[in-house]
Design a protein. Structure first.
Lengths: 88, 186
């Protein structure tokens, strides 16, 4: 290389390291907090949807129907019992 | 990132306050640690936008899995660097790359060298760093740029002190070798 004597390699290396250490950093806090809040909102929505799905499952529906049948048929069962008493 | 004992105590206090509190305290934690985590990601990946994404993922993951952090076993910065290392690996795997190419260097050049010589010298170092194998690159960045203690680096890399020293020695040798052609030209 012609012209003036260049800076020594070791000081250039240190300058390069200094430049690497002094990188301009973006402000991450707003993005991070927003991402966390969005994640928590999505988790709540997923839990609500899961609850709805569980309520629609056949097992629960069957139990509900069985309970309704039991309550609805109770008067007729009673009438049949009373009729049997008079028959004898 | 050399810290004296007072600074390390302040960091520990800040983290304890957040773990006992809520998200408002986490903003201060992110503000405190965003610079080293972003630098680490950028110096490994070579892309500013990708480094920002990785750094954001690191802090979100740290918040979601905060119950896994045990302050008795490690410093919070060590834990963050460990998460950042994994995220950087995943990012490189997605691109199926082992080496990277750095963005155009934008920092101010120091006086002394002519502009062309500084640019060429720094670009050679950037290329040499990007060409290092992953294990050597991470150790070099943590030791020479972040200035972490070898013991902390060994904890992050999940390996022995001897292996860390060996990787750093090979990394520096590779960088010196990359600069030899420039020296012979003088």
């Amino acid at each position: 290389m012609m012209g003036e004597r260049p800076e020594s390699d070791s000081s250039s290396y240190e300058s390069w390291l200094d430049a690497k250490r002094n990188l301009e950093t973006p402000a991450l806090a707003p993005r991070v907090l927003q991402a966390i809040q969005q994640g928590e909102q999505q988790a709540s929505q997923r839990q609500f949807l899961l609850l709805l799905w569980r309520l629609k499952r056949p097992v629960l529906g069957s139990l509900a129907c069985l309970a309704a049948f039991t309550v609805g048929s109770a008067p007729f069962v009673y009438l049949a019992y009373v009729a049997k008493l008079f028959a004898y | 990132m050399l810290l004296d004992d007072d600074a390390k105590d302040d960091d520990a206090k800040l983290v304890r306050q957040w773990l006992a509190g809520d998200m408002a305290d986490y903003e201060a934690v992110v503000a405190r640690f965003q610079a080293p985590i972003f630098r680490f990601a950028y110096n490994l990946l070579g892309d500013r936008e990708e480094a920002e994404d990785v750094a954001q993922e690191v802090f979100v993951a740290a918040y979601r899995h905060r119950e896994q952090f045990d302050p008795r076993r490690a410093r919070f910065s060590t834990w963050l660097f460990t998460i950042a290392r994994h995220r950087c690996i995943n990012s490189l795997k997605k691109k199926k790359l082992d080496t990277v190419a750095f963005d155009e260097f934008t920092a101010d050049r120091p006086p002394g060298l002519r502009v062309e010589e500084r640019t060429a010298f720094w670009e050679s170092l950037d290329r040499a760093l990007a060409a290092l194998p992953w294990e050597q690159r991470t150790v070099f960045v943590l030791a020479e740029i972040e200035q972490l203690a070898y013991a902390e680096i060994a904890e992050i890399e999940k390996t022995s002190l001897g292996t860390i020293k060996s990787r750093l020695h090979r990394a520096k040798r590779a960088l010196r070798a990359a600069l030899e052609p420039m020296g012979r030209a003088r």
